[in-house]
Structure formats: C-alpha cells, structure tokens
Design a binder for this molecule. Structure first.
Ligand SMILES: [Zn+2]
Length: 130
C-alpha cells in the first residue's frame, strides 16, 4: 500500500468512508459519524476535505438528489453495474486489478492512486418487463 499522507481532517473523513464502503454518504451522514467520534470539525472543513478526497480519487460523487451530493468510497477491486430502469446496483469483483495500479503511455508512466468503474445497462428483471 502507498502511504497516502493525508492531513488529520482528511484522514478522519476518509476513515468514515473506509468503515462504510458500501454506503452512500451525504454531508450530514458524515457529520453524524464525526460527532459520534467526538471530533470537532466544521461543516466547511468537511466540504473542503471531501473535495480534496475526490480530487485524489479516494472517494467519488456517487449521486445527486435534490442538489445534495452523495459520496462513496472508491474501490478499484470492484466495478458497479447499475440498471438504468430500476437503479438496481450490483458490485462485481474484478479478478485482476493489478493493471489499474500503473499505466504506461509511451515512455511515461502513471501511478494510479484511486478511482472507480461504473457500467450502466438494464437488469434481467427490467429486460423481461420491457
Ligand atoms: Zn432493473
């Protein structure tokens, strides 16, 4: 594992996501988790840390409801498949995700530190209904 060198606030927020890898969390959910741990961080700091973590590929904006963003942990060992009709979401394990760790383009290399893969389509239940 690469040492991520996150600031204190970022690592607190990142650990909320790591402890809840399958949950979509909005800002209020995150604040609840942080309050429980009795750590005083302002809402503004949480927003800033979220944007930084997104920029680093550690988490991503998974959906937007009523202009409220929800976030989720990035996981490159799984891909998500989402049905366009019923929004059903399934996670599929990627057998060999080593190829996502380093990418060589010509004579330049690129170390991948985070990200996510999503596919959209139609699930079998919805296919039968159409
Ligand atoms: Zn469906």
């Amino acid at each position: 594992m690469i040492n991520m060198n996150l600031s204190k606030n970022k690592s607190i927020i990142y650990s909320v996501f790591k402890e809840n890898p399958n949950l979509e969390l909005d800002i209020n959910d995150i604040l609840k988790f942080i309050d429980t741990a009795k750590l005083a961080i302002s809402k503004r700091t949480v927003y800033r840390s979220i944007d930084k973590l997104i920029g680093m590929g550690k988490i991503y904006c998974s959906s937007v409801h009523d202009r409220k963003r929800k976030f989720k942990l990035s996981d490159m060992s799984y891909c998500e498949i989402i049905c366009n009709e019923c929004n059903d979401l399934k996670k599929i394990k990627i057998a060999n995700n080593d190829k996502f760790k380093k990418y060589i383009i010509g004579n330049k290399s690129f170390d991948i530190t985070g990200g996510y893969i999503k596919f959209y389509g139609t699930c079998s239940k919805c296919l039968n209904r159409i």
